[in-house]
Design a protein around this ligand. Structure first.
Ligand code: NAD
Length: 331
């Protein structure tokens, strides 16, 4: 599928970027990974890994030198607790990264540029009920994106279009809906809901209690990492340049997500609700009509299967860190 030899992955020290590097390597590409940090849980498979702060234009030029395609994943981001409390920092960092990366891609005459946008670009007014109508790509306008992170993503989507129309850079825009899986953050505040719930349940007693933000009736859909990587490599091989959803279209409540993970863990879990904690929009799901039409494919991994792999990986990490030693010895 890939004829291109030289690929840059920014954010290659992060969750999706690290998985993407592995996949591109397995397809025979030459890959340069760039990030401000190395991957946390295992060594990068990249041919070359450079620690560069991509908020600086000279570093973007250096990162893109000799490169044909870039998957631009680098971003300052995290779970809902983080993005609701770090808006200035997120907007500042990500606008700089994305504009400098686009300009560097133009100057170094790259062929293709993929930008990882988010379901956070969709307007709040379409997501204010639990049973939300699945979001189609055109629903992003009239715009009322997630304050901070969502607006910055929407702006970068438009910047991609301008660079494509004015300079001929082939830009690709993917809107992720909650990507989860092994090797993603599961503590420290940047983790997303599936990882946070897996961690809380892994640390809970066999008959235990965990904290759930909000009333747990908010809805989301969750896409497994292998499907995410498959989707973006397929998109890069396509001729489609408009924003495209990439997510599962199975919507579940946070309470149902807790129940699924508790079953995987074999634990009896009760929930203590924290109504004042950030919980994001009330309901969100992906409409995959366009995804199916453009890629002839959609995410395949059942949530139960993906969550089981994720839970087991987080449990092993917690054991490795000494947090679960006693339970495992007794089991
Ligand atoms: P992540 O936080 O694991 O990875 C992002 C990486 O970018 C990190 O390793 C971080 O160190 C790096 N980075 C931050 N600032 C940088 C800088 N100045 N210079 C160089 N690198 C820098 O996040 P992820 O989940 O892998 O997300 C990848 C992309 O997908 C991001 O653009 C994110 O906004 C987008 N996205 C992710 C999700 C999801 O559910 N994970 C959903 C929507 C959109």
């Amino acid at each position: 599928m890939f004829k291109v030899k030289k690929i840059l992955v920014t954010g290659a020290g992060g969750f999706i970027g690290h998985h993407l590097v592995k996949t591109l390597k397995s397809k025979g590409c030459w890959v340069r990974g760039v990030d401000v940090k190395y991957p946390e849980y295992e060594a990068s498979h990249a041919d070359e890994f450079e620690l560069l702060d991509l908020r600086r234009s000279e570093n973007c030029l250096r990162a893109t030198a000799g490169i044909e395609q870039v998957y631009n994943l680098a971003a300052n981001m995290g779970g809902i607790g983080f993005i609701e409390t770090h808006k200035a920092e997120i907007v500042h960092d990500n606008v700089l990264i994305n504009l400098h990366m686009l300009e560097a891609a133009k100057k170094n005459r790259l062929d293709k540029f993929l930008f990882t946008s988010s379901a956070c670009v969709y307007p709040a007014y379409r997501q204010n009920i639990v049973d939300a109508v699945p979001l189609k790509e055109e629903d992003a306008y009239p715009a009322e994106a997630e304050d901070g992170y969502g607006w910055e993503k929407l702006y970068a989507e438009r910047a991609c279009r301008h660079y494509r129309e004015d300079y001929g850079l082939k830009t690709y825009i993917v809107r992720f809906h909650n990507i989860y899986g092994p090797l993603g953050s599961f503590d420290g505040g940047r983790e997303k809901s599936p990882a946070a719930i897996c961690r809380k349940i892994a640390l809970a007693d066999e008959v235990g209690e965990i904290e759930v933000w909000g009333d747990g009736e908010q809805t989301r859909s969750y896409c497994y990492i292998d499907d995410c990587v498959e989707g973006i490599t397929r998109l890069m091989a396509s001729a489609y340049h408009e924003p495209l959803n990439l997510g599962q279209d199975r919507m579940i409540t946070i309470n149902e997500l807790v129940a699924l993970v508790a079953t995987i863990a074999g634990k009896k879990i009760t929930k203590r609700y924290a109504p004042t904690m950030p919980q994001g929009v009330r309901g969100r799901n992906s409409d995959n009509t366009k995804l199916r039409a453009v890629l002839g494919w959609e995410p395949q991994t059942p949530l139960e299967k993906g969550l089981e792999k994720t839970y087991k990986w987080i449990e092993r990490e917690l054991i490795g860190a000494g947090h679960l030693r006693e339970r495992v010895l007794c089991a």
